[in-house]
Structure formats: structure tokens, C-alpha cells
Design a protein around this ligand. Structure first.
Ligand code: KG4
Ligand code: ZN
Length: 342
């Protein structure tokens, strides 16, 4: 039943963050994220360890979200959860938990596509962000995804292009690893890049038709470049870290901006909404600002806590689906591969 105040509990467990949020309509009352530190020592996410950590974290994280929002579970109107895409073992934890709790409380259950949630995070009511106007182009850039989507309304989305191999965050992290930087290396590459020369070294851009991306070739060319240079000078990386990071970042940003420009050319849409952890990158932020001035685009980036994986973005989709009466039943199963619109 729709009330003037609808409380949605949202659960996200698709990768290595266990998160729970409480929304009252479009406002976030709490958004608790337990980031799994265990993966750092392995230089990347280990799926089996991720699902075990979700199992340990889920109950305390949900308790904390309810407590922070000052809401009793009896007040909840519905439970939204990430059905996919993501790691199967991780998704199973959130899915089973959401199903059991919804059954126990006898309230509706709402399934959410994680990629749609990254896009609809822009519609969270928060003084620090503005919702884009329809139609807009959404570019989701994270450690797991790289995608350009045409968004006609909240629930009409079309994937125009996506990565054929690594995600852009992986390109940052793998390049960082080759330079001996700790995981996740993206923020460090960004930090060093700010002090370096982006044109110091030249890395090739992949030739991929249309709006799809490829980042695996870049990683290989960086590997060969570093092998060649360190053969002559074993201290090459430490002596040139700022310039290498600036050049790697420049190449990655060129790839992203080229595809965005092509998407604008093909669709005539100049409202651009960015999401995902890589949206924190200072370089992409300044390139987008520049595009506002030179190309007349209007660009949107949500508050950082709604860019990285979080349950608040699951909650906003939950609320929008709740208003439509779009519920799922207890036979729903997690879906590791789950494209937008499928
Ligand atoms: O969205 P996210 O928190 O998790 C998922 O992958 O879903 O994104 C994490 C990714 C990592 O690859 C990390 O290195 C990258 O976002 N990242 C950055 C920056 N901050 C986070 N990459 C470049 N520059 C940054 N400032
Ligand atoms: Zn994500």
C-alpha cells in the first residue's frame, strides 16, 4: 500500500561491498557500506572470500542501517535487493536474506538490476546532486563495468556500448599493479597523474568500432613499455611515476571522451550523467567541465557515496518500482549475467 511516507530497506551485495540503506521515498535516511578489506592482500576481489564476508556482514549492516535511520523493521514498506549482475556467491547472500526478511515481515520484495541502479542513483533526493533531464546518456565507469546507456525514462534504457574485455577501473588498477602500486590503484594513479605530464609517453588507443570499449590492449602495451624501459634503467618506474601515471590516465580518458563524443553525435543528446567509482577521477571531472564549456554538454555526477557500490542506489530503484507496484515473488533467483532491459 502506498503511503505518504514509504520506507524501503535496500540491500546490495553484488561484489565486495556489503551495503544496506533505508530510504523514505526518494530521501536516504541511512546508507551503510562494509567494504571488504581482505581482498587487498590478493590484489583483486576473490569471489569465495567475498561471499563469506557478505555472510558475516549482512546482519550487522542491516541492523546498523535501521538504527541509523531510527526505523523499526515493522515500519518497512518493502525490501529491494540486487538481483544481478555480479558474483553469483555474493548475490546469493543478499538475495536469500532479502527474500527471507520480506517473507517474515509479509511485505513486498523488489528486485533491482545493479546497472540500472548506478544510473538511477542520480534521482536520489540530495542537496548535493541534481537529477538529469530525460533523455540523457549515462556512462557507468567502475571496477566491474564500462557502459554507455541511452535513458529515455526511469525504466526505458538501451545499452549503446560496453566494454568487450576489462572495465575501465580494471585498466586503472592493472596499470597501477604493473607499476608496483597497491590495490586498488586507480586513486593513486589519479594522485600521481595530477603532478605529471600527460604527453610524456605515448600509449596506443584501441580501434574498436561503434560505442564499445576495449582496455586489455592498453594493459599489454604498458607491460611491454615498462619491461623495455626497466631493462635499461631499473629505477625507471620510481623516477618517472608521475609522468607514467599522467600518460596512462590521459590515454584512458581519451578513450572515454572519444566514445562519449560519438554517442552524443549519434543520438543528439547532450545531457550526460556519469556514475561508478571511476567518476571520482579528477581528470574525468575536469574533462567533463571542459566539455560543458566547449561542446555545450550538461554533465551530472552523483555524490561520491552514490557513485561507488552502495545500497542507497538500490533503494531509489526500489522506491520507483514500489510506486509502480512492480514486485517480485519468492521464486526469484540471483542472476550473475543480467543486462539492462533484459
Ligand atoms: O564502483 P566501484 O567502487 O566498485 C565497482 O567496481 O563496482 O569502483 C571501484 C573502481 C576501482 O577500480 C578503483 O580503482 C576506481 O574505481 N577508482 C578510481 C578512482 N577512484 C576509484 N579510478 C581512477 N581514479 C580515481 N580517483
Ligand atoms: Zn557497481
Amino acid at each position: 500500500m502506498v503511503n505518504s511516507k514509504n520506507y524501503i530497506l535496500a540491500i546490495e551485495s553484488s561484489c565486495d561491498d556489503t551495503s544496506a540503506a533505508i530510504l523514505c521515498n526518494t530521501k536516504v535516511l541511512s546508507n551503510v557500506v562494509a567494504t571488504q578489506e581482505i581482498h587487498k592482500q590478493y590484489g583483486g576481489v576473490v569471489p569465495e572470500l567475498a561471499s563469506r564476508a557478505h555472510q558475516q556482514n549482512i546482519v550487522p549492516v542491516v541492523h546498523q542501517a535501521l538504527a541509523k535511520a531510527n526505523i523499526d523493521k515493522k515500519q518497512l514498506s518493502a525490501i529491494a535487493f540486487t538481483r544481478g549482475p555480479g558474483l553469483m556467491g555474493s548475490l546469493l547472500v543478499g538475495t536469500s536474506f532479502a527474500k527471507s526478511l520480506a517473507l517474515g515481515l509479509a511485505i513486498p520484495l523488489i528486485e533491482v538490476n545493479h546497472m540500472e541502479a548506478h544510473i538511477l542513483a542520480h534521482f536520489i533526493d540530495d542537496e548535493n546532486q541534481t537529477a538529469p533531464e530525460f533523455p540523457f546518456l549515462a556512462m557507468t565507469i567502475s571496477g566491474g563495468h564500462t557502459q554507455i546507456v541511452k535513458v529515455t525514462d526511469h525504466f526505458t534504457m538501451e545499452v549503446l556500448g560496453e566494454t568487450l574485455d576489462d572495465a575501465v577501473g580494471e585498466a586503472f588498477d592493472k596499470s597501477a599493479k604493473l607499476m608496483g602500486l597497491p590495490y586498488p590503484g586507480g586513486p593513486l594513479v589519479d594522485k600521481y597523474a595530477r603532478q605529471g605530464n600527460p604527453l610524456a609517453f605515448d600509449f596506443p588507443k584501441p580501434k574498436v568500432d561503434g560505442l564499445n570499449f576495449s582496455f586489455s590492449g592498453l594493459k599489454t602495451s604498458i607491460l611491454y613499455f615498462l619491461q623495455r624501459e626497466t631493462k635499461n634503467n631499473p629505477d625507471f618506474v620510481s623516477e618517472n611515476i608521475k609522468d607514467i601515471c599522467a600518460s596512462v590516465q590521459y590515454t584512458i580518458l581519451e578513450i572515454l571522451m572519444d566514445k562519449l563524443k560519438l554517442a552524443v553525435e549519434q543520438t543528439g543528446i547532450t545531457q550526460i550523467a556519469i556514475g561508478g567509482g571511476v567518476a571520482a577521477n579528477s581528470g574525468i571531472r575536469s574533462r567533463l567541465k571542459e566539455a560543458e564549456e566547449t561542446l555545450g554538454w550538461t554533465t551530472y555526477i552523483p555524490k561520491f557515496e552514490y557513485c561507488t557500490d552502495n545500497a542507497a542506489m538500490i533503494g531509489i530503484v526500489g522506491y520507483l518500482k514500489f510506486m509502480k507496484g512492480d514486485f517480485t515473488n519468492q521464486s526469484v533467483a540471483a542472476k550473475a549475467r543480467y543486462t539492462i532491459g533484459s
